[in-house]
Write a protein that binds this ligand. Sequence first.
Ligand SMILES: Cc1cc2nc3c(=O)[nH]c(=O)nc-3n(C[C@H](O)[C@H](O)[C@H](O)COP(=O)(O)O)c2cc1C
Ligand code: SF4
Length: 494
Amino acid sequence: MDGSLGEGEGRPKTPWPLPPGDWPSREEARKALLFQPIQMGSLTLHRRTWVPAMVPWRATEEGFVTEANIDWYGRFARGRPAVLVLEATGIRDIPSGPLLRISHDRFLPGLARIVERVRKESGGETKLLIQILDFLRIRRRPVPRVYFERFFELKRCHRERIRALAPKAAALPEGELRRWLAAQTQDRLSSILDPREFQDLVYGARENVGDLQFPWIRDLPQSLPPLFARAAARAREVGFDGVELHYAHAYTMAQFLSRTNQRDDGYGGSPQARLRLPLEVIAAVRSEVGEDYTLGCRMLGDEVIPGGSRIQDACDYAEAFARAGLHFLSISKGGKFEDAKPPRIGEAAYPYTGPSGHECMPTTRIAAPGPWSRNVPLAASIRKQIHAKLSPQQPKPLVVTAGGICSFSQAETILQTEQADLIASARQSLADPDWFLKMEQGQGPSIRRCTFTNYCEGLDRRHKEVTCKLWDRLFKPGDPVPLSRDQKRRLLPP
Ligand SMILES: Cc1cc2nc3c(=O)[nH]c(=O)nc-3n(C[C@H](O)[C@H](O)[C@H](O)COP(=O)(O)O)c2cc1C
Ligand code: SF4
């Protein structure tokens, strides 16, 4: 296993140029593997094209579907990808801001309208999956004064550490000492506070699966399987073609799989223990939705954080998921809180701001070997292990790869060399939701090509309605173009 975290050091002096637009003719496309059907569980996919989950921040504050959500998915479906995955959708019935939820039957009428629109716009060709997710509580970064007044528990050990640095301050009464702390530099505070307290101050308090001191975290192995199972049952009831369990990035299930998970209750520590809850969730979902319903997961090929899981861990997890009968594995990379940048005061940490986040949505400024097909080797290793270890009779999950795929030859080479079974494209599909269709119809030169500079990701970071900077802004006041809340951007591709 490669021991280094990055595949190259430093940012390139000049951005990586886009891969050539080697678009196929209609005849070449007809013969291409990319446009051949493939079986995924009981679903026949008409092509090997996939639009992975992308949160567009268009739900209501209560997690309900809006007209803007319906238009958004309808627009992607018009480009007829074989699979379209609905954004990360919450399974707990708790306030989660403008994130879609499937945590109660009251959310189903809205979700049903998305299903209906996708069927209509794609002529029934696009299969619609829903990504279901659990995440733990995260608070916004506090104002230091508020943190020390309201949240900080002043203990004897703090006074002792302060005494070593500033003896006079250590003798202050509690109220004054709290104000004194709020005025100190981060450098100084890092030697006064415990690491967790320092993290709460600089990033905002964030729970993780190792917090066994909290009963609700200790009980996750009991609470999560039924929550996932009921959410999946609702997805089936409302007409989604399948479910993608979110086992990737910074969220709860990925935390269980992480090598950093040191829970000592049988759900952390060894590889088998880290896999235990993800497998129990699969079993619970399966027993609720039945054997024939399409079920897969999004998982990390590499966490890309110190002490985190690497590709060999991922291959072993994937093999276990394959044996558990998942129909697809959608491989992503990084996107962790551990190396994220401190957010601004009043904002929450965003897991795509550090080195692992850059691996998840690579830009043209990423280190060698650049963004193009950057994460394909992870998918290839995973697929190789599954095919080597499972017997020829055992069904194998399809492996989906994403990350910097935006040209025909990239996609076709990945399939021809059996590095993956399905080609996912998030940002290129955002820039031009018709791009797969245009390629297939021999109209490649008219594709609007993503620049991979992450304007969209910046909007996602601030929970603003996600749009692409390439969508034209030529609209007059009064045009029937749905606009963003600030009236500056159109909400759909032209
Ligand atoms: C605006 C935006 C929102 C995203 N939301 C999700 C999400 O909800 N769930 C998820 O698994 N990945 C999410 N991703 C990651 C993408 O699915 C994809 O893995 C990543 O962008 C790399 O693929 P690409 O190079 O084709 O864009 C998001 C990406 C973007 C740009
Ligand atoms: S905003 Fe930029 S990175 Fe995002 S889809 Fe558009 S061109 Fe691509």
